[in-house]
Write a new protein. Structure first.
Length: 600
């Protein structure tokens, strides 16, 4: 094996180092023999199918209970979804029809319809990710009908750690293990958001997915190192590699313990500067995570999930109850709701879907909302209604003109009048914030601050529009960096413009969730950061390690740098005085804290 063949790269979906022996699990499709069912026995055959489905249901329920107990209620829902797939009446109806009309055996009919369904799901970008769930369910039914045992589950032999390699890791397989049984998972397929990845993360088992072609190179019994933070697998490692992997793991575990302690601590720097750490919330699942990780409010509540993958827009009622529910969860702390940011990288409305030569420069975000009061008004009304019970605020994305703020204000006033006339319980005003995510907004930050109640910098789009780099283009990923000196200067401009108008601008782009960049933002003078919920402990811990004074000195010299590489070097040198850079990226969610929060 050459040096490059020894190292496999994939996607790290659950951090941690595992050193042990590989066990390759090949889950192959069972061979289904052809068998014609005599006419007078088709009903008994249908009955046999139903029995198998019932038994698989019981098995899935047991897995669900196990997941609830070991990972949490959110993870248990994965198996509820599998039960729904199993009992899909259209699907089962079609299988029964095949048995009755074509006299096929239950297994043959089931296999036939399963293949059809898999082909359908494979063609849909939305459903493709759930294919492992579907295969797990279908394979289990098939094995049941054929009277064959399902996966053979390897256990740790003689205390020697086992790292399981499969083509596709299913949630059912993942949840059967804990760290005493299995040291790590590796699979050829799967992504960070697949259900098995979420489960491995919750169970605290290191996992790497997307290791294309790995099964050709790995043999059962082969010694391996799996690095779940960096998405690496090293085959037949040297003693030196094992030693350094183990040392890294010790540092990582120490950081994990520190993060756990930081969850309830105040975000105050070592030299006494207080920061406010808010959370970004993308979906309802993020709400509990944000609360349990100590968010001091929501700095960016994305509302696109309400629309994506749906045939029609959600109505005012649905939005009002979601906004009020999130608002209540945060008591009197602010919950900043961003109006729909559709188009560009998010699917446009079904009805507005048309080809644009440059969608990122096109009809999107606030532009859609202002042109379509039938879309924007119900959202504003929902926010006003929720504000009657909680500290709800509105923030508008992709602003390039001061008039857009004025027009939004008019719409808020119109909506408030309507609600008052209708006698509905609602607030009469709504604090309005502007996202600074275009160079135009940066240059007008003083006027936008004047026209609104608050500013928040969306560094993802600001980087994209300033550097003219599509944020989703993998080929340009190396060019997409908020450490570009132009972005630093813009961040400084916005902060100063806001402060001159008595505002305290925040940052809600991904930059705030990255420790090195958070250090830079503190140095630039930002005191309010809105962070991805799972990154809150890491950022809070970081804040507590560093000196704001030192961050300020680093930021000043970074502002003079001429390249992003120089900026990084300055930041790494400065932050290196306070924290071990090597382990920073491995900072994972403290597991115990997460479990307790989810089972609340
Ligand atoms: C941003 O652009 O930085 C931002 C926070 O918004 P989104 O990532 O949703 O575009
Ligand atoms: Mg944006």
């Amino acid at each position: 094996m050459t040096e490059s063949e020894r190292i496999l790269t994939g996607i790290g979906v659950s951090p941690g180092i595992a050193v042990g022996r590989a066990h390759v699990l090949s889950v192959s499709l069972p061979v289904v023999p052809h068998r014609v069912v005599p006419k007078d026995q088709v009903e008994a055959e249908v009955e046999r199918l139903r029995r198998a489905v019932g038994e698989v249901r019981e098995h899935l329920e047991a897995l669900r209970d196990r997941a609830a107990q070991r990972a949490g209620p959110r993870e248990a829902k994965i198996f509820d979804a599998q039960i729904m797939m199993l009992e899909d009446s259209d699907f089962l109806g079609a299988v029964e029809k095949l048995i009755r009309e074509n006299q096929l055996s239950a297994e043959r009919a089931f296999e036939f319809k399963s293949l059809e369904m898999r082909a359908l799901w494979s063609a849909s970008s939305r459903l493709r990710e759930r294919l492992p769930d579907l295969s797990a369910v279908q394979l289990r039914v098939l094995h049941h009908l054929l009277g064959q045992p399902v996966e053979e589950v390897p256990r740790m032999a003689d205390g020697e750690p086992v790292i399981l390699f499969t083509r596709e890791l299913t949630p059912g397989l993942t949840v059967q293990f804990d760290r005493e049984h299995i040291a790590g998972f590796a699979s050829e397929e799967g992504t960070r958001t697949s259900h098995a990845a979420i489960l491995a993360h919750s169970l605290g088992i290191p996992c790497v997915m997307g290791l294309v072609g790995s099964l050709e190179r790995v043999r059962s019994g082969m010694p391996v190192i799996l690095d779940g933070a960096h998405g690496l697998v090293i085959l037949e490692p040297t003693a030196e590699e094992i030693k350094s992997a183990q040392a890294y793991e010790r540092r990582r575990l120490a950081l994990e313990r520190e993060l756990e302690r930081a969850v309830d601590a105040a975000a105050v720097t070592a030299d006494g500067v207080r920061l406010r750490l808010l959370s970004n919330v993308d979906t309802p699942e993020d709400v509990e995570l944000a609360v349990s990780h100590g968010a001091e409010g929501v700095g960016l509540l994305r509302t696109e999930f309400l629309v994506l993958g749906r045939a029609s827009m959600p109505d005012e009622e649905e939005q009002a109850s979601y906004f009020a529910e999130v608002g209540r969860r945060f008591g009197d702390k602010p919950v900043v709701i961003r109006s729909y940011d559709l188009g560009g990288d998010k699917f446009p409305l079904e009805e507005g879907r048309f080809l644009e030569a440059n969608p990122f420069l096109g009809w999107r975000a606030l532009r859609v909302c202002l042109d379509r009061p039938d879309v924007f008004k119900p959202q504003i009304r929902a926010m006003l209604r929720a504000r009657a019970e909680a500290n709800i605020q509105l923030m508008i994305p992709l602003v390039t003109q001061v008039e857009e703020v004025a027009r939004t204000r008019e719409m808020i006033a119109e909506a408030a009048d309507e609600l008052a006339r209708e006698g509905k319980r609602a607030a009469s005003e709504l604090p309005l914030g502007v996202m600074i995510e275009t160079p135009a907004a940066v240059m007008l930050a003083d006027q936008l601050a004047e026209a609104s109640e608050f500013l928040s910098v969306g560094t993802n789009d600001l980087t994209q529009y300033t550097l003219v780099v599509d944020r989703g283009n993998a080929r340009l990923a190396g060019r997409f960096t908020p450490h570009h000196p132009s972005i630093l200067r813009m961040l400084k401009l916005v902060l100063e413009a806001g402060k001159r108008r008595g505002r305290e601008p925040s940052v809600c782009g991904e930059m705030a969730s990255d420790p090195l960049s958070a250090f830079l933002l503190i140095g630039l003078g930002y005191r309010v950061l809105s962070v991805a919920p799972l990154k809150l402990p890491l950022v809070r811990w970081l804040v507590r390690q560093v000196d704001a004074g030192s961050a300020e000195r680093a930021a000043s010299s970074a502002l003079e740098a001429s390249t992003a590489a120089d900026v990084r070097e300055i930041l790494e040198k400065a932050i290196g005085e306070f924290v071990d850079l090597k382990v920073l990226e491995a900072g994972r969610l403290p597991r115990a804290k997460r479990e307790s929060s989810l089972s609340r």
